[in-house]
Design a protein around this ligand. Structure first.
Ligand code: IMP
Ligand code: MG
Length: 176
């Protein structure tokens, strides 16, 4: 690869944390069904890996949504969000868990949670692999956080730099 990338969160650390999160989610959703909504494309690695750690006693269904934020550059935080691919299934009456790669300014998720909340799910929670609380512009309640990180631009494990590096099994930082 042409860029120099240093490992911030190793593959092993991610997988260990996913086991813990899966156990916590399994406890919280015991006796219910869990409808996981992946925010494409960044959330796809996280959601599929995480779902494998949810207790099979909890029936899991999945759907996918893609949004794009107006405003260019690698950091998207204009606050104006467009749904590029909507859900296939209605969520009314379902216990919904939104699974996202990273919460940065909070603009994307604050908008999305509002839109999804209007569709009357039985419950609506948010799970993110990474959280950068120091960058928050709008308040978003996050129910499950994989890792809190400093204000650094990260890539890998679903996160891209100009659409590249999503496939790295770890979360890294581009040097330089
Ligand atoms: P927010 O609306 O500012 O919270 O932005 C969230 C979106 O910006 C995420 O879903 C990512 O797609 C992107 N993003 C924010 N920070 C990073 C980063 O460090 N690396 C890669 N993408 C990021
Ligand atoms: Mg994203």
């Amino acid at each position: 690869m042409k860029d120099k990338i240093s490992v911030l969160i190793s593959e092993e650390e991610i997988q260990n944390r996913l086991k813990e999160l899966g156990a916590e989610i399994s406890r919280d959703y015991a006796g219910k069904s869990l409808h996981m909504i992946c925010i494409l494309k960044g959330g796809v690695f996280f959601m599929t890996d995480l779902s494998k750690h949810v207790d099979p006693e909890v029936p899991v269904t999945m759907d996918f949504m893609a949004v794009s934020s107006y405003g260019t550059g690698v950091r998207s935080s204009s606050g104006i969000v467009r749904i590029v691919k909507d859900l296939d299934q209605p969520i009314e009456g379902r216990d919904v868990l939104v699974v996202e790669d990273i919460i940065d300014s909070g603009n994307t998720l604050s908008y999305l949670l509002k839109v999804l909340g209007e569709r009357k799910p039985a419950s609506l929670k948010l799970c993110t692999l990474l959280d950068k609380p120091s960058r928050r512009e709008v308040d978003v309640h996050v129910d499950y956080v994989g890792f809190e990180i400093e204000d650094k631009f990260v890539l890998g494990y679903g996160l891209d730099y100009d659409q590249i590096y999503r496939n790295l099994p770890y979360v890294g930082v581009k040097e330089g």
